[in-house]
Design a protein around this ligand. Structure first.
Ligand code: FES
Length: 111
């Protein structure tokens, strides 16, 4: 079933920070950029790195495992892991992204 699900309070994710939430079977990373909220899969599609443990630089989250970089506003991959890492462990791809909306101080994600 799909549709908007309440994920957290907007106060749970301060401006310029990210948090991971586990609604149902999903693990979703929520990022607050200047009061706009973005959501992508929280687990790196490459080899399962927890993006919430990585670094956030503006709209780019850097996976803590092999340093793939993802644009949190779209899920698009911006920098792949090194050639040898991908040769032995598989390709890095885009992260799934989710539409978000804020109503009544709550963040909703279309999952
Ligand atoms: S697990 Fe994220 S870059 Fe490899």
């Amino acid at each position: 079933m799909t549709g908007y699900a309440k994920l957290c309070s907007s106060d749970d994710v301060p401006d310029g920070e990210m948090r991971s939430f586990d609604p149902g079977d999903n693990k979703i990373l929520v990022v607050n950029l200047g009061g706009k909220f973005y959501a992508i899969d929280a687990i790196c599609n490459h080899m399962g790195g927890k993006l919430v443990d990585g670094k956030l630089k503006d709209n780019i989250v850097i996976c803590p495992r092999h340093k793939c970089e993802y644009d949190v506003t779209s899920g698009k991959i911006k920098k792949k892991a090194g050639f040898f890492v991908q040769a032995f462990s598989g390709k890095c791809n885009d992260q799934k992204s989710y539409a978000t909306k804020v109503e009544g101080g709550k963040v909703y994600v279309d999952i």
